[in-house]
Design a protein around this ligand. Structure first.
Ligand code: ZN
Length: 64
């Protein structure tokens, strides 16, 4: 059974849950009922402020 780690975006509370794939992911912090996000311990997913940037690698198109 996979282990999911969550971190609250409101109070910073971190916790782990054992859930099967069929169970719904929780979205509320048990401490403050704030919004939580999943944390993947082995993957460094970092959302930096400012949004996304398009890469300047357009495929060469004919014309112009
Ligand atoms: Zn919280």
């Amino acid at each position: 059974m996979p282990t999911y780690q969550y971190a609250c975006t409101t109070c910073g509370h971190e916790f782990e849950l054992f859930q099967s794939f069929s169970e719904d992911a929780i979205t509320l912090c048990p401490e403050c009922q704030g919004e939580v996000r999943k944390v993947y311990s082995n993957v460094g997913v970092v959302f930096k402020g400012g949004g996304f940037y398009k890469t300047d690698s357009r495929p060469a198109s004919s014309g112009e």
